[in-house]
Design a protein around this ligand. Sequence first.
Ligand SMILES: C[S@@+](CC[C@H](N)C(=O)[O-])C[C@H]1O[C@@H](n2cnc3c(N)ncnc32)[C@H](O)[C@@H]1O
Length: 228
Amino acid sequence: MRCFLPATFYLLPTMKTSHENPNAQANAMDQYYRFQSKIYDMTRWSFLFGRDEVIKAIPIERNAKVRILEIGCGTGYNTKLLAQTFPNAEIRAYEVSEDMVSLSRKKLLPFGSRVEIVHKPYGVEPEAQLESYDAILFSYSLTMINPQWEDLIRQAHKDLKPGGYIAVVDFHNSRHEWFKKHMGNNHVRMDGHLVPLLKELFVPIVEQVQKAYLATWEYITFVGKKSD
Ligand SMILES: C[S@@+](CC[C@H](N)C(=O)[O-])C[C@H]1O[C@@H](n2cnc3c(N)ncnc32)[C@H](O)[C@@H]1O
């Protein structure tokens, strides 16, 4: 179990939460990450747990020629790990914050045209082709996409090939109302709301709820398969 909230955690400022319109939600993220992007990689290792593990848990053969999509790639931390783990994969990642897009494009330069970062909210414009991805990763993005998270999970289901995998790592819940409020003020909804829909749409392969910092919060790791 993780102990002691690091000082960096309190660098999360206080802001507003739910945005009905996808463009308003994207604009709120763009603003929020203007400062946060600068300290992101320095601080997030201390509370965004399970990111490396969820990528390792995707049951795709390492050298396979596959197409992988990531939603909300941030600084490209996971995108880089995806590109290294699946060296023949073509990877596309959506991101709405301009500062995050710059950082991730810089980080992913060594992978050339194999990795593409798209500066748009996911799901607003359709992909060129439905059912075209072998895996879709959401790492700590769904709990920030409010209230559109449900539409995005359903969209991912449509964009996955039959037999494809969704991989999700994210905040799950907290027994402390003060903590949920703090996270709400930072755009994060923490209500255990993701798992029921994930289980309704996908066959679970990995489903774990783990505790962080003396159970201040729980986070989920979910890998699910779209039916063939
Ligand atoms: C907590 S960060 C996680 C970043 C990265 N996935 C990671 O695990 O480090 C959430 C990211 O999702 C992005 N995001 C939020 N809403 C989005 C949307 N509708 N479409 C694409 N990206 C979005 C944010 O700008 C932010 O970079």
